[in-house]
Design a protein around this ligand. Structure first.
Ligand SMILES: Nc1nc2c(c(=O)[nH]1)N[C@H]1C(S)=C(S)[C@@H](COP(=O)(O)O)O[C@H]1N2
Ligand SMILES: [Mo]
Length: 394
C-alpha cells in the first residue's frame, strides 16, 4: 500500500447517521480523507462513493469540497491530468447534423449559470427494511452547487433533432471497474422533453471552477430534479435515440421502481419495473444537529433546505409533538428553478423533556413528505421520509 493510499483510507472518526434519531447506525461507516473532500463519509472507495454529513449542507450553495460523490466506475485519467487534447463531445443519432464539439466550440452557445440540486436516486436507502442492496446512503447524497454551461437544448437544436427522437443518452469516459475497455459502467440519459428543458445543462464549471475530477471534468450533464444518475459525468457522447435508451443501468432494477406498490421484500418481476423520473419532495434540517441540549426559556431556531424534482416547494412545516400540531416555517423562493429553497423556523417547547422535531415539505402539487419510510422497492430508491432530530429540553 502506498503512503498516499494509506492516507486516503485513514479513518478520522465515525459519523452519526442523521437519518433517524439514533446516533448510531447499524453498519460500518467511517470518515476517511478523499483528496479535497476531507469532511465526507466514505461508503466505498472502489468505486468512490461518499456522502456529505448533514451539517455540511447548511450553505445555500454546496461547495466543491462538500458535494457528495457517486461513481459507478473509475475516475478517468483525463480528469486527473486535466488534459483536453483529443477530447470531443459527439452528438449523434436521430439528428440532421451530427456534431463534434471541443470545449471552445461548446462555449460559443449562450452560457448559463444556475444553482441546481442533484440527488442520487438511492439517497436514504439506509432506511429501508428489509435492507436494499447498494450504497447505504443516509441523507447526504444530495447537493445544490452552482453550475455554468450551456443549455442542452441549444446544442440539440443546432444538431437538428429529428421528430423520431424520444431519449438523449450519455456516454462518459470513466473506465469500468473491470478495466475492460468494452465494458461501460453506466450509460443513462433523459427523455427528450427533459433534454429540451431550459434548466438541463451541459456544464463545465462547478462553483466557478472547472469541474473537479470526481464530478466529471471536462463536461457533465446536469438534469436537475431527475435522479442524479441521469447527470452523466466525463461526457464524450450524446446519442439521440428513437427509443428509450437501453444502456447499462437503464434496465432491470437499476434506477427503476415497481409500477404498483409491493409488499416489502417482494421478488418483483423486471417487467413490473419503471424508470424513475422526477425525484419526490424532500427537506433536510441542517441546524441544529440531532441530540442537542436546549434551555426551555429560549425558542429554538431551526433551518435547512427543501426541494422537489418537478417544481417548487410551496410550504415547510415543523412539529415537536409527533405531528399532532405543525408550525409553518418561513420558506425562501429558489434562486432559480431546481435550486433548493432555504427554510427557517422557531419552536418553543411547552415543558422540559425529550422531544423530537420533525420537518415536512409540501410541494407545488400539495404532496407532502411521508412521516415513515415510503414504498419499499428492490433497490431502495426514493426515500423522502421526513428527517427527525432529537432535542433534550431543560
Ligand atoms: N459517467 C458517469 N456519470 C455518472 C456516474 C458514473 O458513475 N459515471 N454516476 C451517476 C450517479 S449514480 C450519480 S448519483 C451522479 C453523482 O454525481 P456526483 O458524483 O457529481 O455527485 O453522477 C451520475 N453520473
Ligand atoms: Mo446515483
Amino acid at each position: 500500500m502506498t503512503h498516499h493510499r494509506r492516507r486516503f483510507l485513514r479513518a478520522v472518526g465515525s459519523a452519526s447517521a442523521g437519518l433517524l434519531l439514533a446516533d448510531k447506525v447499524p453498519f460500518a461507516q467511517e470518515r476517511a480523507a478523499i483528496e479535497g473532500k476531507e469532511g465526507l463519509i466514505v461508503l466505498n472507495d472502489r468505486p468512490v462513493n461518499a456522502e456529505t454529513p448533514i451539517a455540511l449542507l447548511d450553505d445555500s450553495v454546496t461547495s466543491n469540497a462538500t458535494h457528495f460523490i457517486r461513481n459507478n466506475g473509475l475516475v478517468p485519467e483525463r480528469a486527473k491530468t486535466r488534459d483536453l487534447a483529443g477530447w470531443r463531445l459527439a452528438v449523434d443519432g436521430s439528428v440532421r447534423k451530427p456534431l463534434k464539439l471541443n470545449l471552445d466550440t461548446l462555449k460559443r452557445y449562450p452560457n448559463k449559470t444556475a444553482q441546481l440540486v442533484i440527488e442520487c436516486g438511492g439517497n436514504g436507502r439506509a432506511g429501508f427494511r428489509p435492507p436494499a442492496r447498494g450504497n447505504q446512503w443516509t441523507l447526504g447524497a444530495v447537493g445544490c452547487a452552482e453550475y455554468t454551461g450551456v443549455r442542452l437544448k441549444d446544442v440539440l437544436e443546432d444538431a437538428g433533432v429529428q421528430p423520431s427522437a424520444v431519449y438523449v443518452a450519455y456516454f462518459g469516459e470513466d473506465p469500468h471497474l473491470s478495466a475492460d475497455a468494452n465494458d461501460v459502467p453506466i450509460s443513462r440519459g433523459v427523455p427528450i422533453e427533459k433534454a429540451l428543458n431550459d434548466w438541463t445543462l451541459l456544464a463545465w464549471e462547478m462553483n466557478g471552477e472547472p469541474l473537479p475530477a470526481q464530478h466529471g471534468f471536462p463536461l457533465r450533464l446536469v438534469a436537475p430534479g431527475f435522479p442524479a444518475s441521469a447527470c452523466g459525468k466525463w461526457l464524450t457522447r450524446l446519442w439521440v435515440r428513437d427509443q428509450v435508451h437501453d444502456g447499462p443501468k437503464m434496465g432491470g432494477f437499476s434506477y427503476r421502481v415497481p409500477r404498483n406498490p409491493v409488499e416489502p421484500g417482494t421478488d418483483v418481476p423486471e417487467a413490473d419495473m419503471e424508470i424513475i423520473e422526477a425525484m419526490p419532495v424532500k427537506s433536510i434540517i441542517t441546524r441544529p444537529a440531532t441530540g442537542l441540549a436546549h434551555a426551555q426559556a429560549q425558542p429554538l431556531s431551526l433551518r435547512g433546505h427543501a426541494w422537489c424534482g418537478d417544481g417548487p416547494v410551496s410550504a415547510m412545516h415543523v412539529s415537536c409533538d409527533f405531528g399532532a400540531t405543525w408550525i409553518e416555517a418561513a420558506l425562501d423562493a429558489p434562486a432559480n428553478p431546481f435550486a433548493w429553497q432555504r427554510w427557517n423556523a422557531s419552536i418553543r417547547f411547552p415543558t422540559p423533556g425529550h422531544y423530537e422535531v420533525w420537518a415536512r415539505a409540501t410541494d407545488h402539487a400539495g404532496r407532502q413528505q411521508p412521516m415513515i419510510i415510503p414504498g419499499w422497492n428492490p433497490r431502495g430508491y426514493l426515500n423522502n421520509a421526513m428527517q427527525r432530530i432529537s432535542v433534550r429540553v431543560s
